[in-house]
Design a binder for this molecule. Structure first.
Ligand code: ATP
Length: 243
C-alpha cells in the first residue's frame, strides 16, 4: 500500500528560549492509503500537534510532510487552505456544523467553499451510508448528537479527500452512540476505501482501527496491529497515561 501521509523527521517546537516546548521530536511515520489509524498517548504527548501538522493546519518547525505526494513544507497559507478544502476531511469532537444550514447544505459546504461541483452519485452514496436519507432538510438542532456527527462525517467525505482526520470524534457521545459512529468510520475505510486517522483517548475507539500509534513525549514509541481494547488499555497503562 502506498502512504497517503508521510512524515519525515518532523519536529515542532512551540515558543523559544527557556520556554520552548518540543511537541514533536524528529517524527517519521507513514499512513497507508485505505487504512484506519488510531493515535493514542498521554496528555501532552503530541497527538493534536501530529494531527495538525499532518493535515496542514499547523506548520512543522523542521522536517517534511507529504500528503498524497504533495510536500506541505514551504506552501503558503492560501495554498494550504486550498489543500485542506479539497484533499482533507475533518471530524471534530464538537461536530462544528453550521446551525443555520440544513443537513444537505452542511454536507456540501466544503464543495461550495472549494468552488467544486457536486458529484450526485457520491453524495447520494455517503448520505445513504451515514443513514441520513430523509433528514437532509433538517437543521442540526433537530438532530441527536450521533446524527450530527454523522452529518460531520458525510461533510468530511464529500470532496473524496485523500484522508479524513478525526480529533476525538466520539468524545462527546454516549457509549452506544459512539459505537455506531465507530462502526460507520470503520465502514468508511472498509467499504468506501477512504483513509481515516483518529486521535482518541478511548481504547475501545482505538480497537476499531487497523493500527494504533502510541505517542509519548513527541515521539512514536510503539504501534499495534489488530488492536483490542484490552491490549490498548494495557499498553497505555505501561505508558503511564492513566497514573
Ligand atoms: N500553541 C501552543 N503553544 C505552546 N505549547 C503548545 C501549543 N500547543 C501544544 N503545546 C504543547 O505541546 C505539547 C503537545 O501538545 P498536544 O496538544 O499536541 O498534546 P496532546 O497529546 O494532543 O494532548 P491532549 O491529549 O491533552 O490533548 C504539550 O506540552 C503542549 O503543552
Amino acid at each position: 500500500m502506498t502512504d497517503v501521509v508521510r512524515l519525515e523527521s518532523v519536529s515542532k517546537i512551540y515558543g523559544r528560549g527557556q520556554s520552548a516546548v518540543a511537541a514533536l521530536r524528529e517524527m517519521s511515520v507513514g499512513i497507508p492509503r485505505g487504512s484506519f489509524t488510531a493515535v493514542m498517548g498521554p496528555s501532552g504527548s503530541g497527538k493534536s500537534t501530529f494531527l495538525h501538522c499532518s493535515a496542514g493546519l499547523d506548520v512543522p518547525s523542521s522536517g517534511s510532510v507529504r500528503l498524497g505526494g504533495t510536500e506541505l513544507a514551504g506552501m503558503n497559507e492560501s495554498a494550504l487552505t486550498e489543500l485542506r478544502r479539497r484533499r482533507v476531511g475533518f471530524v471534530f469532537q464538537a461536530f462544528n456544523l453550521v446551525s443555520a444550514l440544513t443537513v444537505l447544505e452542511n454536507i456540501t459546504l466544503p464543495l461550495r467553499l472549494a468552488g467544486a461541483k457536486v458529484d450526485g452519485a457520491w453524495l447520494a452514496e455517503i448520505v445513504g451510508r451515514v443513514g441520513l436519507d430523509g433528514r437532509t432538510g433538517h437543521r442540526p438542532a433537530q438532530l441527536s448528537g450521533g446524527q450530527q456527527q454523522r452529518v460531520a462525517i458525510a461533510r468530511a467525505l464529500v470532496t473524496r479527500p485523500e484522508v479524513v482526520f478525526g480529533d476525538e470524534p466520539t468524545g462527546a457521545l454516549d457509549t452506544m452512540t459512539a459505537r455506531d459512529v465507530l462502526v460507520l468510520l470503520r465502514e468508511v475505510v472498509s467499504s468506501l476505501g477512504q483513509t481515516v486517522v483518529m486521535v482518541t483517548h478511548d481504547p475501545v475507539a482505538a480497537s476499531y482501527a487497523d493500527t494504533v500509534l502510541f505517542l509519548a513525549d513527541g515521539r512514536i514509541v510503539d504501534s499495534m496491529a489488530a488492536p483490542t481494547a484490552e491490549k490498548v488499555a494495557e499498553r497505555m497503562t505501561r505508558l503511564g497515561a492513566w497514573n
